[in-house]
Design a protein around this ligand. Structure first.
Ligand code: FAD
Length: 454
């Protein structure tokens, strides 16, 4: 592949930054990842990634893309750290709209392990590349530019608490997550900050880890319950390394689960299935309760800016962070890394304009899935155009049909796993199955007979 420069810098060594660095490593002589934290000796949670103590799973698309970048990654997480690979449609139970989707074999292979384990393996694989290095305890303070301020030439950073120094680079990528300072840095340089879209959901994850027995949940690897009327409470329980379960639960707009035994169990008992409650009620707790507040889904529209400095990009959660219940963030970062490579193959001219445009098209789908579904909650503020109302109505009907139709359930989970676009659920074949699955029972039996006969 062509060499586009001597040095690229990625700010932030979380999942987004590590994936961006992997993409850049094929195009720059050296790639340096700058991380404010010191890397933990074992795969444990760290300050800069507070969500790391909460339930994380890698959707099928994310798991496949990371495997493409780092062959053997998924097996490594399983074999060395006790993560689990599984058929997302068969080994995990999915509930939405108070309906349990029919299980069925699929080619949707997901990866589950604690977030620090997922990140630790990725970091070690990245840093094993000969042209990638990391500087830990390196807090980036701002950007360095040329005298015209049109071109970013590096970053200003404090390493190990020492006075600020400039680290030069041909390209700088901001992967500092949702709290990114790029908007402020741009304004300080005389550029406009990007417009942002926010959908306030007021969610708080209350999370605890428990000992897992092989017979729990009939040997399945997890259950995902997406909030719906009347109480809109969600719950996720996923198997993790060290024979453990991680359970997170919470509701919209301040309807938080209590962080004490009795209250937590009582809250879990209000989910539309008792399966998470029943495991939590008898399993041995392995940690204290932990909380993570997530006020809003947030999208920054870099693709709409008229002016942006050369040699600078923004990546991952710094562009868009989604309601975590849908488990999309790491997969979106992986897709952006693939797209970044595609953009770099065409050279570095107009890179920001090309990358932000392409990243916006990647983000559109998970954003519409997450926000579209959250807007079903009557108190979540946001526009609800007629098309959105129709889609939500249709997806409700799809759930009813998918309770008995595993083919339909798998198609839906392919969309959820970002493998196929949501529009595919409107194809005639799928629409027919949705229609059939919503017929009164006698009619539905006879329409199945018609299908078999034709
Ligand atoms: C509760 C919760 C649950 C989630 N569950 C899932 C899930 O199941 N599946 C999924 O795919 N996604 C999930 N996500 C989203 C996922 O965590 C993120 O999408 C993912 O971490 C990628 O984010 P990132 O690397 O862009 O940013 P972050 O993870 O926020 O990382 C930013 C990094 O930048 C560093 N940094 C910040 N400022 C500086 C600075 N000035 N100088 C140097 N370094 C700096 C930080 O220390 C950190 O390492 C969840 C999110 C939350 C909040």
């Amino acid at each position: 592949m062509s060499n586009l420069g001597k040095h690229a810098i990625v700010i932030g060594a979380s999942m987004g930054g590590l994936l961006a660095a992997r993409a850049l490593a094929d195009f720059y002589t050296t790639v340096t990842v700058l991380e404010r934290d010191a890397f933990p000796a074992a795969d444990t949670a760290r300050k800069g990634v507070p969500q790391g103590r909460h339930t994380h799973g890698l959707l099928a698309r994310g798991s496949a893309v990371i495997e493409e970048f780092f062959p053997g990654y998924n097996a490594e997480v399983v074999e060395r750290s006790g993560g689990l690979i599984g058929d997302v449609a068969n080994d995990v139970i999915w509930m939405g709209r108070n309906v349990r989707l029919a299980s069925g074999a699929s080619d949707l292979i997901g990866l589950i392990a604690s977030r620090p384990v997922l990140e630790g393996h990725l970091r070690r694989r990245l840093l094993a590349l000969p042209n990638v290095r990391a500087i830990e305890s390196c807090a980036v303070q701002g950007l360095a530019t040329d005298s015209t301020r049109k071109r970013v030439t590096g970053v200003r950073a404090c390493v190990d608490g020492k006075p600020e120094e400039t680290i030069e680079a041909d390209l700088v990528v901001d992967a500092t997550g949702r709290g990114s300072s790029t908007a402020a840095w741009l304004e300080a340089l005389g550029y406009e900050a990007p417009a942002s879209e926010k959908v306030e959901i007021g969610i708080c994850y209350t999370t605890r880890t428990y000992r897992r027995r092989p017979t729990d949940l009939d040997g399945r690897q997890g259950i995902v319950v997406a909030g719906s009327a009347p109480n809109w409470r969600s719950g996720v329980m996923l198997a993790q390394e060290n024979d453990s379960w991680i359970i997170s639960t919470g509701g919209f707009l301040g309807d938080d689960a209590p962080d004490n035994d009795e209250g937590f169990l009582a809250y879990l008992a209000t989910l539309p299935t008792m399966e998470i409650h029943d495991v939590a009620a008898r399993a041995e707790p392995l940690t204290e309760f932990r909380r993570y507040r997530y006020a809003s889904s947030l999208r920054r529209r870099y693709e709409k800016l008229a002016r942006f400095p050369d040699n600078y990009l923004v990546f991952g959660d710094a562009i868009c962070s989604f309601n975590p219940v849908y488990g999309q963030g790491m997969t979106v970062a992986a897709e952006e890394a693939l797209m970044l490579q595609q953009c770099l193959r065409a050279g570095s001219d107009e890179l920001a304009r090309r990358f932000f445009g392409a990243a916006a098209r990647i983000v559109d789908i998970p954003w519409d899935i997450a926000v579209g579904n959250d807007l079903r909650h009557p108190k979540v503020k946001g526009a609800r155009p007629p098309m959105q109302r129709f889609i939500n109505w249709y997806i409700g009907k799809l759930h009813v049909a998918a309770a008995k139709d595993s083919t339909l359930a798998v198609s839906f989970l392919k969309v959820v796993n970002l493998m196929i676009p949501p529009s595919s659920l409107l194809s005639p074949t799928i629409a027919w199955r949705v229609w059939r699955g919503n017929l009164p029972t006698a009619l539905s039996v006879s329409s199945s007979a018609v299908e078999r006969a034709t």
